[in-house]
Design a protein. Structure first.
Length: 95
């Protein structure tokens, strides 16, 4: 395998995992208060559209990158709604 192909796949994997630190931070703090839902939704839509494009053209590094991005972004969106509900439940609690 040529060096530029290895570098391309390495960059692809890093691009797909770029949100892991944010996922970790949200999980540790049990809060997503500093996340923008608009950003998360736009990022998800962009990843899905780019995935479709890369599937049609059989661009495997981009397919991998977008699958990883969709997965990590889905976790952040889940955390966003989960922690929003937890905060509301705490406000409603009488204890």
């Amino acid at each position: 395998m040529e060096a530029h192909v290895i570098i391309g796949y390495l960059g692809t994997i890093l691009y797909g995992l770029v949100q892991i630190p944010q996922i970790y931070k949200a999980y540790q703090r049990k809060s997503t208060q500093d996340l923008s839902l608009y950003f998360l939704c736009l990022y998800q839509i962009a990843s899905i559209l780019t995935l479709y494009y890369s599937l049609k053209l059989y661009i495997y590094p981009i397919i991998l990158s977008n699958l990883l991005s969709i997965l990590s972004n889905s976790v952040l969106i889940y955390f966003y709604f989960y922690y929003q509900n937890v905060q509301q439940w705490k406000k409603l609690s009488i204890f």
